[in-house]
Design a protein around this ligand. Structure first.
Ligand SMILES: *Cc1c(COP(=O)(O)O)cnc(C)c1O
Length: 418
């Protein structure tokens, strides 16, 4: 298929090294597949639930059962799962505005949040007066993770005061060079902050984290988790949307914020997405597993070639993102060109960096997807700045992820050094 033989045999060697790692992800997959199946059976999902509704969507059984199934799988009391939540950013910002009031403080304990969330909070300049949290007089504090990626307990304790209403945790790496947080450390830190201030509410940005482990943050004390349906939980099938899950109290506030106080959960026609949401959710444990294996293959291949990678191939993961330090603008362009060429859609175009709304520096994005912008499908992106790190994620099948890795290597000319 035009892939250099040196690359294919190199990748076969990498796969041999990865057998035990792959096995551990398959064990998690088995557990989560059954978890989703049981939730669908328990709620007596039936053909009738796949009906399209329009207009207000009062008594929309398909929407309601979808939300109950998500809640059950995430170990939450309640969930909002809607096409009207337009993205992960919208889910998270809805959750923040739902729980915070003027005079309250939001405390992030995992350092700077994802770029678009910083904009919503009001810490990225240039958006003053557009209705950021800062415009509503919500204060923001941040405690960075320590160098080794662990929580800075001392500073977290010192930063919590009477105004601290919400503690914010970002599970995944986003565009930072740290390992993702696993569920065990999320559990420990939630217990720690709730021991300091019992009524504090914990929001976890769960983007990319779903189905990596057997539990989700809502099963270890988080009040709310938020995510995007064009990432892990949509299974590559959901056409758009986001979810917010958690306690009755917190999700009810989010519903009132998403729609309007009083009508909260009761409105929002499903527009025909129920079948794809639930079929995608059913496939999501497997699709996430395939994306994980694709990420691990990238880690193994590029570290065998002496590139710095985060996380390492055998590290404990909590998201599907693989960061690879490529060191130069040219190598980033070549890597992304290879991923694009390996795509089923738009394979013939060359990705270029651009000024994306809500982001601070130029960003390049490579993806040729069935669902536009879906990053559970194979995709790569990179902010065009030092140290020229590319973030690669997704792969609806492991085999496709593997083809992407080989195309990217070839585009970078790496067969010449094998
Ligand atoms: C993708 C992502 C977001 C934002 O999601 P969008 O759907 O792109 O708006 C937020 N946080 C993290 C960690 C993400 O990966």
């Amino acid at each position: 298929m035009g892939i250099n033989k040196k690359i294919t045999s190199f990748i076969t060697e990498c796969e041999k090294q990865l057998a035990p790692v792959f096995q551990s992800y398959d064990d998690v997959l088995m557990f989560n597949q059954e978890k989703v199946l049981l939730a669908m059976q328990k709620n007596r999902l039936a053909e009738k639930h796949f009906q399209t509704t329009t207009g207000y969507g009062y008594t929309d059984e398909g929407r309601d059962i979808t939300e109950q199934i998500f809640a059950d799988v995430f170990g939450a009391q309640r969930a909002l799962v809607r096409p009207h939540i337009v993205s992960g950013t919208h889910a998270i910002s809805t959750a923040l505005f739902a729980l915070l009031r003027p005079g309250d403080t939001l405390l992030s304990i995992t350092g700077a949040p994802y770029d678009t969330i910083r904009t919503a909070i009001g810490i990225n300049g240039g958006y003053e007066g557009q209705g950021t949290l800062a415009d509503y007089n919500v204060a923001y504090k941040q405690v960075d993770l320590l160098k080794d990626g662990s929580f800075d307990l001392e500073n977290i304790k010192a930063s919590i005061d009477a105004t601290t209403k919400v503690i914010y945790i970002q599970r995944s790496t986003g565009y930072s060079m740290r390992n993702a947080l696993d569920i065990a450390s999320i559990e420990t830190i939630i217990n720690f902050v709730k021991a300091i201030k019992a009524d504090v509410l914990v929001i976890v940005d769960n983007c990319y984290g779903e189905f990596i482990e057997e539990k989700e943050p809502t099963q270890v004390g988080a009040d709310l988790i938020c995510g995007s349906l064009i990432k892990n939980p949509g299974g590559g099938i959901a056409p758009c949307g986001g979810y917010i899950a958690g306690t009755n109290h917190a999700v009810s506030l989010a519903a009132a914020r998403l729609t309007s106080p009083g009508i909260a959960f009761e409105v929002g026609a499903n527009l025909g997405v129920v079948r794809s949401y639930l079929q995608g959710f059913f496939l999501a444990p497997k699709v996430t597993n395939q994306a994980l294996k694709s990420a691990v293959l990238n880690a193994q291949a590029f570290s065998n070639l002496d590139f710095e990678v985060f996380p390492k191939a055998n590290a404990k993961r909590s998201d599907i993102i693989q960061a690879i330090v490529l060191k130069s603008r040219e190598q980033i362009l070549a890597f992304c060109k290879g991923i694009q060429a390996a795509s089923p859609v738009d394979s013939y175009v060359t990705p270029l960096p651009w000024d994306m709304p809500g982001y601070e520096s130029e960003v390049i994005m490579a993806a040729g997807n069935f669902i536009s912008g879906s990053s559970i499908e194979l995709s790569a992106d990179s902010p065009m700045k030092e140290p020229y790190t590319v973030y690669v994620q997704g792969g609806l099948t492991y085999e496709h992820g593997k083809i992407g890795t080989m195309y990217a290597m070839q585009e970078m000319g790496l067969h010449n050094i094998l």
